[in-house]
Design a protein around this ligand. Structure first.
Ligand SMILES: Nc1nc2c(ncn2[C@@H]2O[C@H](COP(=O)(O)OP(=O)(O)O)[C@@H](O)[C@H]2O)c(=O)[nH]1
Ligand SMILES: [Mg+2]
Length: 262
């Protein structure tokens, strides 16, 4: 199987990649750019794993985002491991909502689990997994916890993936565009959203009919559709956060209080 490791910068991608592969990686560059490409094999399996450049979204604002998105879109990995810094869920889930729109199995690896308690946070993995409709595993790449569960989840089947549902105007436009796209087109939902966002990287999929759907939808909002869609992603993430993150009440030790005073 071909596994893509996708996540924000500093989410622990390199640490996890090295741990999974045991440092047996082939290091090169992505074609045409001086961005490091690392490919290895997950220890004890036949799964090939590719470390993708650190990114915050699948929108083409940086070369890293372009490389990563081309890979997940065109190279068709069997599984995406989306590594997420569990201590900054809000920033990370934006990318997750986009990855879930692809026709690809996504496993969310909640990394830095060891820091949650220190930060007085608790994360409800089951609630998050239910919300996203996909496998969520708490791990610490540094402390090497949760790694076996992560590896074995690669072979698990879980088909109840839930994409975020936009407002009904947008959802109806997605349905209309889906009908126009070629039957064998992969990642239909992702492509439809990109056409509504008028993302230039996907203009080859647009035609008069899809443009007219996009233009009609645009008239319903004051701001551009890319912004409307982004805002709805953030609202969705905000709601997930409320359900899944629990702040623990901190019982400060006397010594901690003294530390603050002096
Ligand atoms: N506490 C803690 N630190 C981690 C964990 N995973 C990675 N780190 C640290 O986070 C920093 C960024 O990790 P790195 O693997 O370079 O992230 P990358 O930019 O996504 O490749 C490094 O200092 C790592 O040691 C973890 O599970 N727990
Ligand atoms: Mg790295």
């Amino acid at each position: 199987m071909k596994i893509a490791l996708v996540g924000n910068q500093n989410s622990g991608k390199t640490t996890l990649f090295n741990l999974l592969t045991g440092m047996n990686a082939k290091i090169g560059n992505w074609p045409g750019v001086t961005i490091e490409k690392k490919v290895g094999k997950i220890k004890g399996t036949n799964h090939k794993i590719i470390d993708l450049p650190g990114i915050y979204s699948l929108s083409p604002y940086t070369i890293e985002e372009e490389v990563s998105r081309n890979f997940v879109f065109y190279d068709m990995p069997d599984v995406i491991i989306n590594i997420v810094d569990a201590t900054s869920l809000e920033r990370s889930l934006y990318l997750t909502t986009q990855l879930l729109e692809l026709d690809c199995k996504v496993i969310v690896a909640l990394n830095m689990a060891d820091l949650l308690t220190k930060k007085g946070l608790d994360l409800d993995v089951n609630a998050l997994s239910k919300d996203l409709g996909t496998k969520v595993v708490k791990i610490s790449a540094l402390k090497e916890t949760g790694i076996n569960e992560l590896i074995s989840s690669i072979d698990e089947k879980f088909n109840d993936k839930k994409e975020l549902i936009f407002d009904s105007n947008i959802e109806n436009a997605i349905i209309s565009i889906n009908k126009i796209l070629k039957n064998k087109q992969s990642h239909k939902r992702f492509v439809s959203v990109k056409l509504l966002e008028q993302d230039e990287g996907f203009s080859e999929y647009s035609n008069l009919k899809t443009s007219s759907i996009t233009n009609n939808l645009k008239k319903l909002y004051d701001t551009d559709l890319e912004e409307v869609i982004a805002t709805q992603r953030y609202t969705y993430i905000e709601n997930i956060k409320k359900r899944c993150i629990k702040k623990k009440v901190k019982h400060e030790k006397v010594s901690d209080k003294l530390d603050k005073i002096f």
